[in-house]
Design a protein around this ligand. Structure first.
Ligand SMILES: [Zn+2]
Length: 663
């Protein structure tokens, strides 16, 4: 795309060229190009029932080639001259236009059984026009969803043992209607012997073919299905009326083995959420837990289920997973924060209307907070480890100078800006800071409420008030910024409008530490990493020196990088200033072959030395010596108790004293 700032210069150059050709200059002036009018826009959705029920058939039996074969029968409005079919573009939970339209092939349309060629809209590539003759009754659509085979093509969704079926990837729907007004009858054919789990309710089963009860489109897309060979269903229901299941799919049968202790903390997670919110917004809830080293894991929220992906070691090497242990607590929280209560401008009537993400610091930021708090309350992660997680978040801000230029609210645009692809300079671009900074703002608010009310009220009361209406309903209830302020004021009167606006909209170069300070702790740095950080390093070969040298090495989760591969370099940190770049490989440190321990020892030794640390890096064919004049020690972040101050943080992380809500 052209940079607009270049235009004046280009015009000067063209004028100079014309002067050199006086004969041409005398001819009729050439007209400037004018824009061609846009074609008519695709019909905006309206809230009225669609002409009939769409029948959808998905065949997953070609799982070896990762191909889903789709057939649809779409009734048409009597007298209509065309049917416009939309492929979902704006995907809930992604907060961005990431519908995988590039993965479709073999699109064929028929009208009442006769082949009729579709035409793709010339502006909106997610829209397909199907011309209709008088008296047309039904449009048939066939296509294949060609799921990635190699990781470079995208996330692997189907393997020989597991499939993650997102319905939005395998359907088209008529334009012009709210998605809640279009009923779907979905039928799925699975490979022989596979089992499945979904929040959808089964209508009938015939061998490997399953038909689900008629479901509105919005609910169908919100109810993905996991299927596979190795499957275990575990009841986590905290009360007889709050029905929660853990549906585990794994590459191997061994990876399904859960110990009684692991099972217990998952049950406690459901119980703690029940006590926190005092309500729930589902008929029944299913954690679709995927344990795989082949199929890529995601964390994606839905109203009555969540997609929770982890590598195969989730149960079998429980100790190494502390860092990502809040995944289920986070996605479960979204049933209340995000799916039931949703920012008004983020809710859209169908899947091809743009989303606006400016309140993601509530949708994701508060969910990040409650996800971590619930994980601690359930005993899935110890209080001490949770404090370390908070310390790492805050310390990350200290070495992220992007806070000098980017207000947190602007980071809420990032899902649309980058469509959730990784960025190169995380600490400078601050891609999605609304998660972690939002989390610290809500810790700040929680401790503030506790201070204002002498401990009688807390953010738990806000959660019950804000997420509590219409208990049992899973119809989305939208809100605006003012509604958040109003609910906070109901819990504890204060100038919450200014409190939130200054933290969200203003630049904040300083680390947001008020939540810790009021919580009875301060951020300190030590030479000793948290035990779980070391376990994670040992398990995946990664090493984090972000708060010391300003770099991290080895694999990020799911990758198979060499241990010395530079994963990330912190902007303006010591490594950055010395010229280290993220695609280098660290070969040696002070003459010894690199390992995380060798580097740690060199950093500790340099604290008492005036000599710089000497590194050899390789980048492609180039081998290069780089010295870093760093003597600040390892600087692992941690929270230290401040004696004589109220210990509010540990109160927040302790199991809830609330009773189970009546239902
Ligand atoms: Zn989330």
């Amino acid at each position: 795309m052209m940079n607009l700032f270049l235009r004046p210069g280009r015009r000067v150059a063209a004028a100079a060229f014309a002067c050199a050709l006086p004969l041409l200059a005398q001819s009729t002036p050439q007209p400037q190009p004018e824009p061609t009018p846009m074609p008519p826009a695709i019909a905006a959705p309206v809230d009225k029932p669609y002409a009939g029920t769409v029948k959808l058939f998905v065949d997953l039996t070609d799982n070896a080639r990762r191909i889903a074969n789709v057939h649809e029968e779409v009734p048409v409005v009597p007298g209509a001259k065309e049917l416009v079919l939309l492929y979902p573009e704006w995907i809930p939970g992604n907060h961005s236009p990431t519908g995988p339209i590039s993965k479709l092939g073999g699109i064929i349309t028929t009208v009442d059984g006769q082949r009729v060629q579709w035409v793709r809209d010339r502006v909106n590539v997610f829209a397909f026009h199907v011309p209709l003759a008088a008296g047309a009754k039904s449009v048939g659509v066939d296509f294949q969803y060609l799921s990635p085979i190699k990781r470079t093509e995208g996330r692997i969704e189907i393997s020989n043992a597991i499939a993650d079926l997102a319905w939005n990837e395998v359907l088209m729907y008529p334009a012009g209607y709210f998605s809640r007004d279009i009923p779907f009858d979905a039928t799925l054919k699975l490979p022989e012997g596979w089992k499945y789990a979904t929040a959808l309710e089964t209508g009938s089963e015939n061998g490997a073919t399953v038909t689900f009860k008629t479901t509105p489109l919005n609910e169908l897309v919100d109810s993905p299905l996991y299927a596979g060979v190795n499957y275990k269903r575990i009841d986590l229901s905290p009360t007889p009326t709050d029905i929660v299941h853990l549906d585990v799919f794994a590459d191997t049968a061994e990876e399904l083995n859960v110990t009684p202790e692991e099972l217990e903390v998952h049950k406690k997670l459901a119980a703690e959420a029940d006590k926190l919110y005092g309500s729930h917004h589902y008929k029944h809830y299913d954690f679709l837990l995927l344990l795989s080293d082949v199929v890529g894991g995601i964390g994606l929220e839905h109203h009555q289920s969540s997609e929770d992906g982890h590598d195969g070691k989730y149960f079998t090497d429980w100790a190494s997973g502390v860092g990502s242990r809040d995944l289920l607590g986070h996605e479960y929280t979204h049933s209340w924060d995000g799916k039931f209560r949703r920012p008004a401008d983020l809710w859209t009537p169908n899947f091809n209307v743009p989303m606006r993400d400016d309140l993601l610091w509530v949708y994701e930021g508060m969910t990040q907070y409650w996800g971590n708090v619930l994980t601690a309350r359930a005993g899935m992660r110890s209080v001490e480890d949770t404090r370390d997680v908070f310390a790492r978040v805050a310390a990350g801000f200290e070495v992220s100078p992007g806070r000098d230029w980017r207000p947190m609210v602007d980071t809420t645009n990032q899902p649309i800006v980058s469509e959730r692809r990784p960025v190169t300079w995380v600490s400078w671009q601050l891609p999605e800071n609304y998660y972690t900074e939002g989390e610290l703002i809500w810790l700040d608010a929680d401790t503030k409420i506790r201070e204002l009310t002498d401990g009688r009220k807390s953010l738990d009361d806000f959660a019950k008030l804000f997420f509590g209406p219409y208990n049992g309903s899973y119809i989305t209830l939208t809100y605006h910024f003012e509604d958040v302020v109003k609910a906070l004021n109901t819990v504890a009167p204060y100038d919450w409008d200014t409190f939130l606006k200054t933290r969200v909209y203003d630049l904040h170069p300083a680390v947001p530490e008020d939540g810790f300070t009021r919580g009875g702790y301060k951020l300190v740095y030590t030479d000793t990493p948290a035990k779980w950080v070391m376990q994670a390093e040992a398990a995946n070969g990664s090493a984090d020196f972000s708060t010391s040298l300003g770099l991290s090495l080895g694999a990020s989760r799911g990758d198979k990088a060499k241990p010395g591969t530079v994963n990330n370099v912190w902007w303006n940190g010591p490594a950055f200033k010395a010229g280290v770049v993220p695609d280098m490989e660290l070969i040696s440190v002070n003459g010894s072959a690199y390992s995380p321990d060798v580097l740690r020892k060199a950093i500790v030794a340099a604290e008492k030395d005036v000599k710089p640390i000497e590194f050899i890096f390789q980048r492609g064919d180039e081998v290069k010596t780089i010295t870093i004049d760093y003597h600040g020690g390892l600087r692992y972040p941690s929270l230290q108790r401040v004696d004589g101050t109220p210990d509010r943080l540990d109160e927040i992380l302790a199991p809830s004293k609330s009773p189970f809500p009546p239902m």
